[in-house]
Ligand binder design. Structure first.
Ligand code: FAD
Length: 214
């Protein structure tokens, strides 16, 4: 399998870093090909703009989706975006590794979606959900939280995790056709014991084995 890990945490020695390293090591040892985009280390710019493109469709007024169509038709994406887009089209399995921040994606990862998943290249009105461009590829979100499982339960302070992840799950990942595996969630990553963290890393390996098996 070809796995593409998109990693969004500013600290390499974080638990997110440990989950990323575990995935890369386990997948490589199992004979899979792995590519990693380390968004903070690579200083990925989350801001959309004219710098996304090498040319332009309209120099007077910036219409982001119109420029994305033009770049798709003219091979005119900036090299940083072209590389990420190539990696997405290359992979069979996309792994998103990030901490839950304000109930959602770290801004750098939201910006990665904004800029990489360009209109016409990855979706249009006829090509989304079941007809999505990335149909046939799997995705799994591997997420850490500050809150405990109790906080993320029905009646808990934050409510169940499903609705919290719904905007990413339904409006981004499914929208472009990806086949979504249940997320791997390391709850309260900073508060559990070292033994529990070690168990989480082993559980992540088990999930990777399941996902890559079929
Ligand atoms: P870290 O603190 O980096 O690591 C946790 C522990 O794991 C550390 O002790 C570290 O030393 C240890 N560790 C590292 N590597 C290993 C290893 N190989 N083996 C064993 N242990 C290891 N939480 C919520 O629940 N909901 C929110 O909405 C939310 N919003 C947030 C918004 C912001 C802006 C921020 C900064 C935090 C927010 N949080 C929220 C908390 C956040 O989700 C957690 O702090 C984060 O998920 C913890 O993961 P980490 O990788 O940063 O942990």
């Amino acid at each position: 399998m070809k796995a593409f890990v998109v990693y969004a945490h500013p600290e390499p020695t974080s638990f997110n870093g440990a989950l990323r390293d575990t995935a890369v090591r386990w997948l490589t040892d199992a004979g899979h090909e792995v590519k990693v985009s380390d968004l903070y280390a690579e200083d990925f710019d989350p801001r959309a703009g004219r710098h996304d493109f090498t040319g332009n469709a309209d120099a007077n007024r910036f219409d982001y989706q119109a420029e994305q169509v033009h770049a798709t038709e003219t091979d005119g994406f900036a090299p940083t975006l072209a590389r990420e887009q190539e990696r997405l089209l290359w992979c069979d399995l996309l792994i998103l590794q990030y901490p839950l921040w304000w109930g959602g994606l770290p801004a750098i990862l939201k910006g990665w979606f904004d800029r990489v998943l360009a209109y016409k290249k990855f979706y249009d009105l006829a090509n989304r959900y079941d007809n999505g461009v990335l149909k046939g590829r799997k995705v799994i979100m591997s997420i850490t939280t500050g809150g405990t499982p109790e906080r993320f339960s029905e009646g808990g302070m934050f409510g169940e995790i499903g609705p919290i992840l719904h905007p990413v799950d339904h409006c981004i990942l499914r929208y472009v056709g990806l086949d979504i595996a249940d997320p791997f969630i390391a709850y309260a990553a900073g508060r559990v014991t070292p033994e529990e963290r070690a168990a989480l890393l082993r559980a992540w390996e088990v999930r990777l084995a399941e996902i890559t098996a079929g």
